[in-house]
Design a protein around this ligand. Sequence first.
Ligand code: AVJ
Length: 315
Amino acid sequence: MNKQFAIDVKEGLSTSPKRLSSKYFYDEKGSALFSKIMKLPEYYLTNAEFEIFEKKASEIIKLLGVTHQKSFDLIELGAGDGYKTIELLKALDAHHFQYQYTPIDISAKALDQIEKNIHQQLPNKKISPKLGDYFHILHDLKPSPLSKVILFLGSNIGNMENVEANSFLTHLSENLSKGDKLILGVDLKKSKDIVLPAYNDSQGVTSAFNLNLLSRINSELDADFNTDLFEHTPMYDEQEGVAKSAIKSIVNQEVEIKSLDMKVAFKKEEQIHTEISRKYDDIIIQKICLNTGLNIVGKITDSQNYFADYIIEKQ
Ligand code: AVJ
């Protein structure tokens, strides 16, 4: 991971326009900042999806087509703290369904947190957390005779371009069997007045989250970025439905990255692209599902129509 970080930083800061991948946001400090983001009033995504799981879990369960006769595997990719999923578990338990919950995460800390939260809210629940890469673990779980329900929530897929999302879903589909389901949580296209503040909050948490990438390069690659000379720059193109974040240099400057043996020049106003957060509609969901062997079987939205959980089936 660390070696790859060095390679990607070198490459990303040598090309034009400059870019750094949003997957590197989540070091310890970045993960803590993201937890803060999820609690911000402007970051409507988490509350909207929570509302779906809190109020419409029965509708989701109906669309999953699970039965009382057979147990199933409920597998979550990138489970985080499990805040939304616990609502689904409560509903499944209330309806006496049999299932095994397996949260997968690359962060041991996240898995500890989810175990704690589940222990508090559902004291008798036994779960089987798995640490590591989604696809490695899914590959290992494939031979299980039980049917699978995969959870990929929080609009995490939105960090991928459509082509990349399509390959991701193809790869996921290859690890599923006919009739298995996917619950895909996505943020919906909407007006700029609502989207932009979610990526430009008044407390500056999102700014700190974005700029933390430079601090990470400072500490892991021995660089001398002065974060005061850079600025968080959020954008949202309503037509395209994509929120983009960049880090903009406030002045002409040069930064040294000792471990990479490189100096990087920035022009005043020059940007480093750091993240896309795509917003969706039915057409785009159909497009990213095309030729993946996955079919859309239903869609559940929150009361404001901000967010959707699509129920998708392996053919
Ligand atoms: C975790 C990828 C869903 O894109 O909305 C939050 C990350 N970036 N604020 C998103 C994020 C800036 C978030 N996802």
